[in-house]
Design a protein around this ligand. Structure first.
Ligand code: FMN
Length: 443
């Protein structure tokens, strides 16, 4: 077997397919949608969401939605329609949102204290989830016969709806015409998806899953972040490891967790950039407000990166495997007396490819150098060899905890020299790098 360096591993799954990690739902591919951990400094942090809950069965998912939004630092204030209250109680929404739940248009106290207009204006975004066929129809026709529809008509904030209904209701020409009207007015929709519906039928109409709704709200808020220093800048970020197949069940991989790359994508989005994150398999949650493209191999990562051009900036934080197996077996290699011999072939060099593009090269190309020896010497040599503008050099020797850990000690190598940054949390490294990128673009 080919000798591999100590940071690579051959992931060998010897047994029946049920032992594959994704069969158990534990692989990054299976869980990579979004985990329920607290996201660091989300685009939702400190944002105010007016959540309108209308009367669909999917209202039962709203408590989880509120919890996940608040985990990301958002504050949530709910308006519950009369029909919505048949599915979820005002008390549970109040407990989870930590705020009063508004239900009545003609409430003397609310109107004097708050008013339907202030309610809709004090939010950064208005989210309708679930959005019934009924509320969509009322919105499309400008009706305002309850607190929810009045607030929707009175708002000056971006509105996003998560429709949810029976497939026949969804495909009905009336609903589709209402949808077209709403989209024509720049109202954003998330979902619905296809699948088993609560009514027992199967088809389109299922409310988007909570992580999908949160990602869509994040994108909307980022779009709305028109004053950020990176507004209108397109930035490509790569993150995570690549998996290079040996056969359909085994692969070569490395220890990259994707934490640093994902944190950079989030930090850039928080400054208003339009970020496309091309990521190998990781367990990291998809950053809010970022377009995430999932890939496995280095070849696929390069394809996705090329498809993501043009971009103003590229940050190549992925730990792309230097080699792939040149002859992956089409079927599972059987365990025999003699172990198989792997022939490796060099993978495309994504950083060099981007840095040396003759047309459409990003203005700023940033690479990463993970080294165990002669860190700065190797990083400077890498910068020259690849033709990139900056290298973020990090020591990944055993004991530094850089791979998979939450902190990183990096040095920024530019044409002007080397900046030594103190040991920081990966999120802080990401924020500092994003700020440096903003500064460089404005210079
Ligand atoms: C058990 C039950 C489930 C319902 N589920 C949905 C649904 O998923 N989507 C929908 O558009 N309407 C659904 N409806 C119908 C709405 O509740 C009804 O159209 C109501 O007037 C909506 O009011 P609202 O839009 O003000 O909340 C359901 C009704 C019942 C009785």
């Amino acid at each position: 077997m080919t000798k591999l360096d100590k940071y690579s591993k051959i992931s060998i799954l010897w047994d029946v397919p049920s032992q594959l990690p994704w069969a158990l739902g534990s692989s990054p591919r299976a869980t990579g949608q979004r985990t329920h951990q607290k996201a660091d400094r989300s685009v939702l942090d400190n944002r105010r969401i007016l959540l309108i809950v209308s009367g669909g069965i999917a209202a039962v998912k709203v408590p989880d939605l509120i919890r996940r939004l608040r985990e990301r630092g958002a504050s949530v204030r709910c308006i519950l329609t009369r029909a919505g209250a048949q599915f979820v109680t005002p008390l549970s929404l109040a407990a989870l949102s930590g705020d009063k739940v508004y239900t009545e248009l003609f409430s003397l106290t609310d109107e004097s204290e708050m008013g339907h207009i202030r309610l809709s204006r004090e939010a950064d975004v208005v989210l309708v989830a679930p959005a019934t066929a009924d509320i969509m129809a009322k919105m499309a026709h400008g009706m305002a016969d309850d607190l929810a529809t009045t607030a929707l008509l009175a708002t000056d904030k971006p509105v996003i709806i998560a429709p949810s209904m029976n497939v026949m209701m969804w495909t009905h020409p009336a609903t589709q015409a209402n949808l077209a009207t709403l989209q024509g007015r720049q109202i954003t929709t998330v979902g619905p998806g296809a699948g088993d519906l609560a009514c027992g039928e199967v088809g389109d109409g299922r409310m988007a899953e909570v992580p999908e709704i949160i990602a869509a709200v994040g994108r909307l808020l980022r779009k709305d972040n028109r004053n950020g220093p990176l507004a209108r800048r397109r930035i490509l970020v790569t993150s995570g490891p690549t998996y290079e197949p040996i056969d359909p069940v085994r692969y070569l991989a490395n220890r990259s967790s994707g934490k640093q790359g994902h944190a950079i994508a989030a930090a850039l989005a928080n400054l208003g950039a339009d970020v496309t994150l091309v990521s190998g398999p990781t367990h990291e949650p998809a950053p809010d407000g970022v377009t995430l493209i999932r890939v496995e191999t280095a070849i696929d990562m390069l394809k996705a990166v090329r498809a993501g051009l043009p971009a103003d900036v590229a940050v190549c934080a992925a730990a792309v495997a230097d080699w792939g197996v040149s002859n992956p077996a089409p079927g599972k290699i059987k365990k025999g007396a003699k172990p198989p011999t792997l022939r490796l072939a060099p993978n495309p060099d994504i950083l060099a490819t981007l840095s040396q593009l003759s047309r459409g090269r990003p203005k700023l190309v940033v690479g990463f150098a993970a080294e165990t020896n002669n860190l700065l010497k190797n990083a400077k040599a890498k910068r020259a060899a690849k033709g990139c503008d900056w290298i973020v050099a990090n020591d990944v020797s055993p004991g530094t905890g850089a791979f998979g850990g939450d902190s990183n000690t990096v040095h920024l190598v530019t044409a002007d020299g080397v900046e030594d940054w103190p040991t920081m949390r990966k999120q802080a490294v990401a924020e500092r790098l994003a700020a440096r990128i903003a500064e460089a673009l404005s210079a």
